[in-house]
Design a protein around this ligand. Structure first.
Ligand SMILES: [Zn+2]
Length: 229
C-alpha cells in the first residue's frame, strides 16, 4: 500500500487521483460536465459491509473482500487502481454503455493512463489505472504537465504527425511511470527471473534498454518544452 488522497470524499491512491484529474479536465472540456468518483479504495471492513448488505439486506451487488474480483478492496491487486465514476449530467450518461459520454470514456481513457476495464464485466463506470497507482512521478514530465494547463492543446510533432501537447505529455508520463514499475519488476534472462539490480550487475542489458528509452523521452520532452516557451 502507498500514499492515498481523496476525490469526492472517496479514498484514492495518489497516482490514480492525479490521472483522474487529467481525465476529468478533458471530460469537462469535451462535455461541460463534471466527472466524479463514486468509489475508490475500500478497506476490508468496507468491502465486507457492502457484501453483507448485498447478501442479506437487498443492497446493490457487491463481492466478499476475499473474492478475486473485489477490485476496490485495498488488499486486491487492482485495489489502488480501481475507480467507479459518474458524471453531473441529469442522465448520468457516463455510466451507461452506448451513451456518447460512455463511448468517449471508453475511447479516451488510455490517453490518461486508464483502461475502461469495466466493459469486460458489464460495469462501464469502472476504470482502472494501467500503471502503479502509488508511484509518485518525480519525472519532470509531471511538472510540465501541471504547468502547461492553459496550453495543453498546443500542437506538437511526433513522428512527423501533429498531436496535442496534452496527448504527448500524457503518453510520456505513462512511459515514465511504466519505467518506474519496470525497475521494480524482475526480468527474465536465459529463462530465469532475476532482479533488475542483479541483471544490471551481470550484463548491463536492462540499463542499456532503459537508457535508450530515457534518451527518447528526453528528446520528446525537449520538443514539447521548446514549443511551450
Ligand atoms: Zn468498480
Amino acid at each position: 500500500m502507498g500514499a492515498t488522497t481523496t476525490r469526492d470524499g472517496k479514498r484514492v491512491a495518489v497516482g490514480t487521483a492525479a490521472a483522474f484529474d487529467k481525465l476529468a479536465a478533458a471530460f469537462k472540456k469535451r462535455f461541460g460536465l463534471t466527472l466524479h468518483v463514486r468509489s475508490g479504495l475500500r478497506t476490508w471492513q468496507e468491502q465486507y459491509d457492502l457484501w453483507v448488505k448485498y447478501k442479506y439486506h437487498g443492497g446493490t451487488y457487491a463481492l466478499h473482500p476475499s473474492a478475486a474480483q473485489a477490485y476496490h478492496y485495498e488488499g486486491n491487486p487492482h485495489g489502488g487502481k480501481s475507480l467507479d465514476v459518474y458524471d453531473s449530467g441529469s442522465d448520468n450518461g457516463v455510466t451507461v454503455a452506448g451513451n456518447a459520454r460512455s463511448n468517449w470514456l471508453r475511447a479516451n481513457a488510455s490517453k490518461y493512463g486508464f483502461t475502461a476495464r469495466g466493459y469486460q464485466f458489464g460495469e462501464p463506470w469502472h476504470i482502472e489505472l494501467a500503471s502503479n497507482p502509488y508511484a509518485t512521478p518525480s519525472f519532470s514530465g509531471g511538472q510540465i504537465m501541471a504547468d502547461a494547463k492553459d496550453i495543453w492543446y498546443f500542437p506538437v510533432h511526433r513522428d512527423g504527425k501533429e498531436v496535442r501537447a496534452i496527448q504527448e505529455l500524457a503518453d510520456i508520463k505513462t512511459i515514465a511511470l511504466d519505467l518506474q514499475l519496470r525497475l521494480a519488476t524482475p526480468v527474465t534472462r536465459g529463462g530465469k527471473k532475476v532482479s533488475v539490480r542483479q541483471d544490471n550487475a551481470d550484463t548491463n542489458t536492462f540499463a542499456r534498454e532503459i537508457l535508450a528509452e530515457v534518451k527518447n523521452i528526453s528528446k520528446r520532452l525537449a520538443a514539447v518544452e521548446k514549443k511551450l516557451k
